[in-house]
Design a binder for this molecule. Sequence first.
Ligand SMILES: Nc1nc2c(ncn2[C@@H]2O[C@H](COP(=O)(O)OP(=O)(O)OP(=O)(O)O)[C@@H](O)[C@H]2O)c(=O)[nH]1
Length: 197
Amino acid sequence: MITAGGIVLAGGKSRRFGSPKAFATIDGQPFYMRSVKALMPFVKRMIIVTNEDLKPFFGKGEYDVVKDMEQYTGHGPLAGIYSAMERFSYPWYAVVPVDVPFIDENVFRVMLPYCQEPVQAVIPVVNGKKEPLIAIYHHSVKDSLSLQLSRGKRSVHQWLKEIPNVCEVAMENEKPFININRQWDFETYIAKRRGMD
Ligand SMILES: Nc1nc2c(ncn2[C@@H]2O[C@H](COP(=O)(O)OP(=O)(O)OP(=O)(O)O)[C@@H](O)[C@H]2O)c(=O)[nH]1
C-alpha cells in the first residue's frame, strides 16, 4: 500500500457545461463527492483544489478545500495538481477531476500495484487514450510540473512527455472514464445509463 494524498481537481470554469460541474448531481450526489469517494479508500488526506468563487460551496467533510496558488489561479488542471502538492507533502498523489461521475475506486485499485519507484506516473489508457487526470503521480514529478507552469504551459499531455518513467495501464471498462463537459453529454449518458449498468 502506498502513502498518498488524494487530489480532486475542482477549479475549472465549466464554461461548456454552463454551471459548476462539481455540484451537478447524479442520484442526488454531487459530482465532486463521487470523485472523493473513489479516492477515499487509498489516501491519507483528501484535497479538493478549487477557486475562490467555488470554495465556500464545498462545505465541511472528510477533506481539505484549498485554492489554486495565487500565481497559477485559473491556469488549468496542472495548476491544481501543483497547488495541492505544494500545500501537502506525500510520496504519491492520486488525482481525479470532478467531471467523471461514473468513476469508481476499482480504477485506482488496478493502478496501485504499479506505483513502485522508479515509476513516477501511473496513467490509465482507455481505448488507446491516455487519461492523465485520473492517475497516480510520484512526488518527484513536482519539479517538472513547476517548470511547465512557470513557462506558461498548461497542456497535461505535453507535461506527461517530460516525465521519464511513465507506466501506462490499459483498462477495458470505459464507463468510469466517461467525461462530462456539456449538459448534452450528461443527459445522453444518464439516458444510456441503464443499459450500461
Ligand atoms: N484546481 C483547478 N482545477 C481545474 C482548473 N481548470 C480545470 N480544472 C479541473 O480539471 C478538470 C477538467 O477540466 P476541464 O473540463 O478541462 O475544464 P473546465 O474549466 O472545468 O470546463 P470548460 O470551462 O468547459 O473547459 C475538472 O475537474 C476541472 O474542475 C484550474 O485552473 N484549477
